[in-house]
Ligand binder design. Structure first.
Ligand code: OGA
Ligand code: NI
Length: 359
């Protein structure tokens, strides 16, 4: 493989600069094919993804309530691949301050952010595209990407120094989110009929990966023609999304429709990634989602990705494979899987589909 991931195929344009320049017409690179535009197959619906209160799992002692909560999570994993959690153990003040901190970061002058400009080798830093395909359509968003776990890849020197409390808060928030993910991994394992530690062990025990992508969606002059993030399923294990408290934009696929998630105060959004789809032998799905933008308000979200260690083979759990339900996927390491995505960008669910065994 030639050094295909060392640099971007064309100069990077910050979406924020385009937005700030006051253009009224979207550059061609951001204009979607009509069938991919937000209005296509969208319905206005009052359906929302399930909202689940984790209090009974984290604090209460009522066994009946605990089982009812486990059942609701099981239903959400099977039907939606997405749910919101409240009473999840991450302090609301911490959520507010870290969101504000990143909003302040994106409001810094361009030169201050360019110091962190990223490359497709590791994606760490300030970025504006995913994938290195020349001439590809681009999403209406900028982002900041950083690694937290394993510790061997954590490099705080690559994290912003301004706002001043950035490194401290990112560490504190990361610790809280990783703890929540550990709890959810146990719940999912039990719900799948596996040993409590099954998923965590399959992911590498203490050696799992955790990384943060902060998404910044500037105001857009023609939001009907573009998307903030293309339809995709998350490639890793599980994602904990801290959405904007004020502006919605995340849409989740439900059959032929896109359901807009209405965040509720202090909730976090949980969604399952492709690696859990594989281990669960497709009992759980990593569901496609996308982001729409608007012309009135910018939007900030923090997506925390909890992933398997890169060099472990990920395959369907033996207990979930039977004559009636043969293994749907062949084994692959997350490093191999991610390389594929880092070259080609996000394309709906094509990656996990391509792992399918031909039967
Ligand atoms: C992501 C993602 C959704 C959002 O970063 O993978 O799906 O609401 N983000 O920003
Ligand atoms: Ni996503």
């Amino acid at each position: 493989m030639m050094n295909c991931l060392q640099s971007w195929p064309e100069p990077i344009v910050r979406v924020q600069s385009l937005s700030d320049s006051g253009i009224h017409v979207l550059p061609d690179r951001y204009i979607r094919h009509p069938s991919d535009r937000p209005s296509f197959t969208s319905i206005s619906t009052h359906a929302n993804i399930p909202v689940i209160d984790l209090h009974s799992l984290l604090a209460a002692r009522d066994a009946g309530l605990r089982q009812a909560t486990l059942d609701r999570i099981s239903g959400a994993c099977r039907e939606w691949g997405f749910f919101q959690v409240v009473n999840h153990g991450v302090r609301p003040e911490l959520m507010k301050s870290i969101r504000q901190l990143w909003r302040d970061f994106f409001h810094l002058p361009l030169e201050a952010k360019q110091v962190y400009a990223n490359s497709p080798t590791t994606y760490e830093g300030y970025g504006s595209r995913l994938g290195v395909e020349k001439g590809a359509k681009l999403d209406w968003s900028d982002y900041f990407f950083l690694n937290y776990l394993p510790e061997s890849v954590r490099d705080e020197n690559k994290w912003p120094t301004t706002p001043e409390s950035c490194r401290e808060l990112v560490n504190e928030y990361s610790k809280a989110v990783v703890k929540l993910c550990g709890i959810l991994m146990k719940i999912l394992s039990v719900n799948l009929g596996l040993e409590e530690d099954y998923l965590q062990n399959a992911f590498g025990g203490d050696d799992i990966g955790a990384c943060l992508r902060v998404n910044y969606y500037p105001k857009c002059p023609q939001p009907d023609l573009t998307l903030g993030i293309s339809p995709h399923s998350d490639p890793g294990g599980m994602t904990i999304l801290l959405p904007d408290d004020d502006v919605s934009g995340l849409q989740v696929r439900k059959g032929e429709h896109w359901v807009t998630v209405e965040p509720i105060p202090d909730a976090l959004i949980v969604n399952l990634g492709d690696q859990i789809q594989v281990i669960s032998n497709a009992i759980y799905k990593s569901v496609e989602h996308r982001v729409i933008v608007n012309s009135i308000k910018e939007r900030v979200s923090l997506a925390y990705f909890y992933n398997p260690r890169g060099d472990l083979l990920i395959e369907p759990a033996k207990k979930l494979v039977s004559k009636d339900r043969p293994a749907s996927y062949s084994a692959m390491t997350f490093d191999q899987y991610r390389l594929f995505i880092r070259k080609s960008g996000l394309w709906g669910k094509s990656q996990v589909e391509s792992l399918k065994c031909s039967q």
